[in-house]
Design a protein around this ligand. Structure first.
Ligand code: ZN
Length: 90
């Protein structure tokens, strides 16, 4: 498994990169075009955004979309085409 940094967000702060990640500690999800947008975050616990010392691991886009729906009740049909259309390709 490829760990992509510890901290608030995956990858170095100023890097623009499309990717999808899961925190192996709090199970938060983070994905999109980091550094530019759009991005979406799903925090695994109420205080995870600020309290967890995240350990981000890369996951694929399909897993990100599916987990956000299954675990957080995310409806991608209501989101931007960037996410909505990605979901429809799966
Ligand atoms: Zn975390």
């Amino acid at each position: 498994m490829r760990l992509l940094g510890r901290g608030r967000l995956p990858e170095p702060r100023l890097m623009i990169v499309q990717g999808y990640w899961r925190c192996e500690r709090c199970r938060s999800l983070y994905g999109g075009i980091k550094g530019k947008g759009p991005t979406r975050a799903f925090w695994g616990t109420p205080n995870a955004q600020t309290r967890c010392r995240h350990e981000w691991a890369a996951i694929d886009r399909d897993a990100f979309l599916r987990e956000a729906s299954d675990r957080f009740g995310k409806n991608w049909d209501d989101d931007l085409p960037f996410f909505r259309d990605a979901q429809r390709q799966t």
